[in-house]
Write a protein that binds this ligand. Structure first.
Ligand code: ADP
Ligand code: MG
Length: 259
């Protein structure tokens, strides 16, 4: 579903080149749930932006659903994203002048691809999604009138609006309390399951990473481990699943602020 080859990204910082991603190779299978973990500054957000076609690599290629993103123009990439990719950000990124319902309608209005299976009008389809995330009674609210957890659920409804083949989520629980964050993750998993979406999620949260089928750890822009169902924590502790599937961190870990 996603194939990255020799992916590097170099920024200029104070006149000096700063290589924040260093020849990353990656293959993500359709319908899988992949977690990307790593310390702050290790390149997680940069990698996600490249895989989603939001940003261009300095070297290397990204192929998503058979499409080489580097071969597309910027407009072509935007159109490809609108039809194939959903994105959820740590800070929600809702449009403040639009209601919850209108925020969910935006990607549907931008869609170039064939009509979606849900039929009906864009408004009713958006309403169905808002109800799906438990916010049918908040459709007319503006983002400022919603709690963080509610805003993130609107952002989720928006991300799933075009039934994306892939959902990218960058620390989607980073600004939420634990309980609200868990609810958001359960919703992501449910929608992922219903729509057979491929899910690539960046997180600091080891419990969240432990739900993934596979965990990729980044450090200084390189993949340092890539393992099914297990993670190396941002602080270097290894997450171990016992036979019941419960998860514990083997090394002491400090609760750092989400990045
Ligand atoms: P993470 O998401 O793992 O915290 P990022 O991908 O956001 O890491 O950033 C990786 C590194 O790249 C950081 O050192 C950051 O300061 C640097 N960086 C990110 N974006 C830019 C940019 N636009 N210009 C210069 N440096 C950047
Ligand atoms: Mg980040």
């Amino acid at each position: 579903m996603i194939r990255a080859e020799g992916l590097s990204k170099t920024y200029m910082s104070g006149g000096e080149p700063l290589r924040v991603l260093d020849r990353v190779d990656l293959h993500v299978e359709p319908e899988s749930f992949v977690a990307i973990v790593g310390p702050s500054g290790s390149g997680k957000t940069t990698l996600l932006g490249l895989l989603a076609g939001l940003d261009e690599p300095t070297e290397g290629t990204v192929t998503v659903a058979g499409e080489n993103l580097q071969a597309l123009t910027e407009d072509g990439r935007a159109s490809f994203r609108a039809d194939n990719v959903g994105f959820v950000f740590q800070t929600f990124h809702l449009l403040p002048t639009l209601t919850a319902l209108e925020n969910v309608m935006v990607p549907m209005e931008l869609r170039d691809g064939p009509p979606l299976s849900n039929g009906g009008t864009i408004r009713t389809a958006a309403m169905t999604l808002l109800e799906r995330v438990g916010l049918g009674d908040r459709a007319g609210h503006y983002p400022a009138q919603l709690s963080g957890g509610e805003q993130q659920r609107v952002a989720l409804a928006r991300a799933f609006a075009n039934e994306p083949r892939i959902l990218f989520a960058d620390e989607p629980t980073g600004n939420l309390d634990r309980k609200t964050g868990q609810h958001v993750v359960e919703l992501i998993e449910e929608l992922n399951h219903e729509q057979k979406t491929t899910l690539v999620l960046v997180t600091h949260d080891l419990d969240l990473a432990a739900r993934a089928h596979r965990t990729i750890s980044l450090e200084d822009g390189r993949v340092i481990s890539d393992e099914p169902g297990r993670a190396v924590s941002a602080e270097g502790g290894r997450v171990i699943s016992d036979e019941r599937g419960a998860v514990s961190a083997a090394a002491p870990s400090e609760e750092g602020p989400a990045q």
